[in-house]
Design a protein around this ligand. Sequence first.
Ligand code: TA6
Length: 301
Amino acid sequence: MTDQLQSLNRRFALAGHLQFKAGPGGLAVADINNEHAAATVVLPGAHVLSFQPRGQRPVLWASAHSRFESGQPIRGGIPLVWPWFGAHPTDPAKPAHGFARTSLWAVSETAVTSSGATRLRLSLTDSDETRSLWPHPFQLEFTVTVGVDLQVELAMRNVGQSAFTCGAALHSYFAVSDAGRISILGLEGGDYLDKVDGGRRKTQAGPVTIAAETDRIYLDTTAACVIDDPGWGRRIRVAKLGSRSTVVWNPWVDKSRRMADFGDEEYPGMVCVETANAADDVVTVAPAGEHRLQAVIGVVG
Ligand code: TA6
């Protein structure tokens, strides 16, 4: 075991709940196991990779082709998108979805909650590297609470002297029996930007279903979504706070083939339902201010 892991376990391990160990690609992970569920959090990128309540199938999906190299995004789980969503608004050379998911976060706290859940907190502050990409001082705190439900929260604090505006998302990948057979409830009647059709604004008629590449930013919605999966006879609920935009994504056939870290035949097994601050839902944080983006994920039937 490396010195880093030994030091982390000395300071933060929780018997019967959490230990640090070498995970995929040798990356340091927090291995969480309690009476309610099991989860894995990759420390680089503060990346929740897996979540499985006791007696349930895995709730999150991850590609068998994902890279596991420090500084590289992981394909699956819950990538942290910050401080911009999608391509950088003006500079295509900057990394898509910002730099939070490829940064080295620090473990700041571990605890057992009163309900027997396991809580892990990680933090990230600005550096020469982040300032070269985004010229603002900041403090991020990512909190993962693993119980019957999975609660993830990204707190964004402005520790500078001027306001900043940022985009964000908890870019959650969910495991499903067959993306072509699921329905996503909660977005009915809402407007969305269709990124597969030039970003055109459209209105959602009925539940969201997937029959081709789907990449939509639903606007002005605080609704919880439910992924209804008849193939596995289960429903996954994604509730949220601090977000008025929800993104639904499945790459389908052609886009899957264009992604090196996404298997050509993997797209039927996943769908992204992302808790976002995207499009017109970007947030402005005043000096000494804070914005919290939260998702609560659980199997409801
Ligand atoms: O959230 C949907 C999306 O913006 C898609 O357009 C697609 O690019 C996806 O994110 C994955 O992005 P990534 O940078 O992780 O490959």
